[in-house]
Structure formats: C-alpha cells, structure tokens
Design a protein around this ligand. Structure first.
Ligand code: SF4
Length: 332
C-alpha cells in the first residue's frame, strides 16, 4: 500500500484531497499545523482541537505540529513577502511542506498531498507560485495536488502508478461548487465554512502586529498572544498598554499574564483589566490608571480610585479618567 503525507487545515479542500487518496487505497497521515496566530482548528475553549470528525469518520491519522519560532521568523521576514495583510502565505506553505517532507522521510511515505486548487487564491495558488513552493520546499515531483492534478504536470506518484491520474481532478478558480459536489459524492456532509481562521489575514490584527514588530523586532510569545485581544495603546517606542473590552477580554488577557505583570483595574465599578508591556515607570502607571478609569463604569466621576497590583502587592491611586483626546493619541 502506498503512503502519503497530507497538509490538513481541516477545511473542505484539505479533507477532499485526503478522501480522493483514500478512495485509491492510499494510506494517509495528515499533518495539522499550529502556530501563534490562530490558524488551527480550535475547540470550544479556543485551544487547538484534538478531535477531527472527518479523520474519525473516514479513518486517517492526524498529527499536530506546532511551528513555533520557525513560523514567527517567516512572519517577520518572509522571503516571498506578505499578502494583503501580514499573512506570508507562500512562505507559510513552503514551511509546512518542508515539515511534511521531513515526515515523509521519517515514516517512509511515498509522496505529499495538499488541497490546493489552482487559481483559488490570487497569491499562493497561481500556477507559477505552486511551482515555486514545490521547488523551495525541495519536493519536486513529490507534491501531488489531487484536486487540480489534471491541470498540472504529472507527479512521480502518478507516473509510477502509485496513483491513478484518471481518478484525480482538474478543479480551478474560486467557485466551490465542484468541491461541494465532490463532498456529496464522497459522503462528506460536515465541513467548516470557507473562512480564514488565520489572524494574519485580519487587517486590525495585522496593524497591531506591524506596530509590535516595528518597536520590538523580537517580541515574547506573550506580546504576540496579547495582540489577539483588547484595545491597544502605544505609549512610547518601549511601552504599550492593553485594555480589556469586556469580561471575555479580561479573562483572556489574564490567561496570558504571569506574576511579574502589573495589573490595573477599578474595584468599585465595572472595569477593564489593564496591563502594560515593555518599559514601565510611575508616570506610565499613572497614565495606564487614567486610561483604565476612562473605560470603567466610573468614567464620569471627576476622580477614580484605581487598584494597581504588582509582585510587591496591591495599592490604590486616585486619578481623573483620561480624556478622549489622550486616548485617541495613543490608540493603535
Ligand atoms: S492564511 Fe496564509 S499565512 Fe495564514 S495559515 Fe493560511 S497560508 Fe499560512
């Protein structure tokens, strides 16, 4: 039995590519990649999922791989540039396929598959880009795209008879109708809607990330995680303030913090959780306290008691809420 390694995002195309191979009797190990920018399938609590209904239903293995710093490096400095926002899609594909190549060699698999569809995306799925990806990842001839294979040069798997090219497809373009028809034919009834879970394609998130990298080219994971939530204020080249928008934000911010972080909130009224990153001094603490007061239920009072908690303990300072112009001045 021949074996394939699949790139598995959990989306319709990646599932179909796998099902097309299973139909030909190919054993598939699917790799689901995780990074710090939310591109993975998550469970209800927002953590990377450990359950994959399609894998369970159709019988293929899924392995999770965290791309960690390798992914952060390509976001900071992609060889092939960013897309419309901070998404380095071509470098991202190359990185994932390189990882798949390592797995192919480790498991003694014969080839790699992806759910890529020619011309589906303007940047990463053009014919010339598919070639670049294959070449840069060092997998010439070993990368099969079952959904568009009939429009592409035959791969080694097809030429050697491991895969029947006649049973592959020639999908192209942005329409998803052919994929939906194929899903129906193959008994695939549940699959996620085509939406990017990748925060790097989000303009607001991308702007925050750009700001972070501009002032801190080597951010901690905590700084990257905090970009996902709250309102962000750039106080100086070295300092940022993050303000929770609601209880959910406050909880998420809290989950990223450690005992070393200074937390700020208003005890007597509904309040955001405020945290500072980077250089912190007493002036910045006072500014953060006034911003916290401005977003609290006490924002109309002339002065507000704000709690500051650090490793040294808790204290309360009294401050007027920051006015609108101050808030706008620093808002990212
Ligand atoms: S959107 Fe682009 S950068 Fe994000 S996971 Fe997909 S290919 Fe990678």
């Amino acid at each position: 039995m021949s074996k394939a390694i699949a790139l598995y995002s959990g989306g319709l195309d990646s599932i179909l590519a796998i099902l097309v191979m299973l139909k030909q009797g190919v054993e598939v190990t699917a790799l689901h990649f995780i990074n710090n920018f939310g591109c993975a399938i998550t469970d209800k609590s927002g953590l990377p999922s450990k359950s994959f209904p399609a894998a369970e239903k159709f019988g293929f293995k899924v392995q999770l791989i965290h791309l960690g710093d390798k992914f952060i490096d390509i976001v900071k400095n992609p060889k092939f540039g960013h897309g419309k926002n901070m998404n380095p899609c071509i470098d991202c594909k190359i990185l994932m396929i390189k990882e798949a190549k390592e797995m192919m060699l480790k498991l003694g698999a014969d080839f790699i598959i992806t759910g890529e569809v020619l011309w589906q995306r303007p940047m990463s799925q053009r014919r010339d880009t598919l070639d670049v990806i294959e070449k840069e990842a060092g997998v010439r001839g070993y990368l099969l795209r079952p959904l568009s294979a009939k429009l592409l040069k035959p791969t080694i798997a097809e030429e050697s008879g491991l895969v029947n090219r006649d049973m592959l497809y020639g999908f192209n373009g942005r329409s998803r109708k052919p994929q939906m028809a194929l899903a129906k034919e193959l008994g695939l009834t549940e699959y996620p809607a085509p939406a990017g879970g990748c925060l790097l394609t989000d303009p607001v998130y991308s702007q925050r990330l750009e700001d972070l990298l501009k002032y801190n080219p080597d951010p901690e994971i905590k700084d990257i995680n905090l970009l996902k939530t709250g309102r962000h204020f750039r106080i100086s080249e070295k300092t940022k303030i993050i303000v929770g928008r609601d209880e959910k934000d406050n909880d998420l911010i809290e989950s990223f913090l450690s005992d070393d972080d200074i937390r700020i909130w208003v005890d007597t009224h509904g309040s955001p959780l405020v945290v500072m990153r980077g250089h912190i001094d007493e002036e910045i603490i006072k500014l953060a306290a006034s911003i916290c007061a401005a977003y609290s239920g006490a924002k109309k009072l002339p002065s507000v008691e704000v709690t500051i908690q650090s490793r040294e303990g808790k204290r309360v300072i009294t401050t007027p809420p920051a006015d609108k112009s101050l808030i706008e001045k620093y808002r990212v």
